[in-house]
Design a protein around this ligand. Structure first.
Ligand SMILES: [Zn+2]
Length: 355
């Protein structure tokens, strides 16, 4: 082998994924809660918003002594787990957007009414290696089941549910492990964290699938995905704002809940590759859905894109690990209410969803 060939091969190897950092120092724990209706439960259109609202209200009134305060003392915010989960503010020098330490994945079903005895599942993803907030979230889900959730019935009561089980789920490896089994009182701290190595492994498989299918990647937006570009809501599935918001979110999560922000220069490492991606088909639509924001004290628009868009690019390798992370952490506005859940498909069959 000549020296020239060696150099060439080395160049090629480092070029497989030129703008992917060696590691994105983030871990995520996905938990699946399975509950069974004890009385009839009726949700409005968007179940995630109702679940999150009921959990937040329980946590504030039970564990945060300052929940009614107009302005919260910074020391309290630094110490109070509820404020950190729901409402703390960043100091200006920390930069970036505030990223809550969790995201909610609502029940992925069209069904909005559950008769007594019917079960449904929803997920919470916690960011960071610590599971410090887990007990609060488990207690909140249990309390929401006891207090009731959704629309009030004719008896003025909301539907109640019983927490059946909690499973740790790794969406990339498919592994699951029981954390709370039916009938058990103790929550096991079983964890199956999503790691960057698993993300890379999935990205490599996706890259192979995409390559053998005319470089097409499908993105199925399962819950309303609301992206902001230059202060404007993006109402079409343009690729660039999706990519940009995924990367910014992952970087902020690394800085705020991981082990530090990786050294990425967006203009060099991300934007050129993202600019080269073209949209091929667009089977998305805008789903306008309203939720209630307790914090804002008024109805809040939670609408976003749902459906499937397909994209083509000659070079996906640099973008795929970020997009896989986005699948895990969700993207756009209102992820704590269940927005921004999407799935990537590299040439396999996919279904658009009307959830
Ligand atoms: Zn507090």
């Amino acid at each position: 082998m000549t020296q020239e060939q060696t150099a060439g091969q080395h160049h090629n190897t480092s070029n497989v994924s030129p703008s992917t950092p060696a590691s994105i120092p983030l871990t995520a724990h996905h938990l699946r809660f399975t509950v069974t209706a004890e009385t009839a439960i009726t949700f409005h259109d968007f179940k995630g918003s109702a679940l999150r609202g009921a959990m937040a209200s329980y946590l504030k009134r039970t564990y945060c002594p300052e929940w009614r305060a107009e302005k919260t003392d910074p020391l309290h915010q630094a110490l109070c787990p509820v404020c950190q989960l729901l409402s703390y503010e960043l100091t200006p020098e920390e930069g970036g957007d505030i990223r809550r330490p969790f995201a909610l994945q609502p029940p992925l079903t069209d069904q909005n009414c559950f008769a007594p005895g019917e079960s449904f599942s929803f997920g919470l993803t916690l960011f960071g290696s610590q599971l410090a907030y887990l007990p609060y979230l488990v207690l909140a889900v249990r309390a929401v089941g006891e207090d009731g959730v959704g629309v009030r019935g004719v008896d003025r009561q909301r539907g109640r549910f019983r927490l059946e089980r909690i499973d740790a789920v790794n969406p990339l490896t498919g592994a699951t492990q029981a954390m709370l089994a039916p009938g058990a009182a103790m929550v096991q701290t079983a964890t199956l964290p999503v790691t960057h190595d698993q993300v890379l492994a999935k990205a490599i498989v996706l890259a192979q699938q995409v390559q053998s299918h005319e470089n097409l990647l499908a993105v199925a937006f399962l819950t309303p995905t609301r992206l902001i570009q230059s202060g404007q809501t993006v109402k079409t599935p343009a690729f660039f704002p999706l990519m940009k918001q995924v990367v910014l979110r992952v970087l902020d999560l690394c800085a705020q809940h991981g082990e530090g922000r990786p050294a990425i220069v967006l203009k060099r490492d991300i934007y050129p590759a993202a600019d080269a991606v073209e949209i091929v088909t667009d089977d998305t639509h805008w789903w306008d859905v309203a939720g209630y924001s307790g914090r804002l004290g008024r109805e809040q628009r939670l609408g976003g894109l749902v459906g499937t868009a397909r994209y083509r690019a000659d070079a996906w390798a640099a973008l795929l690990p970020w997009l896989v992370w986005g699948e895990v952490v969700q993207v756009g506005k209102n992820v704590v209410k269940g927005c921004g859940v999407y799935r990537l498909h590299g040439g396999q069959q996919w279904q658009s969803s009307n959830i």
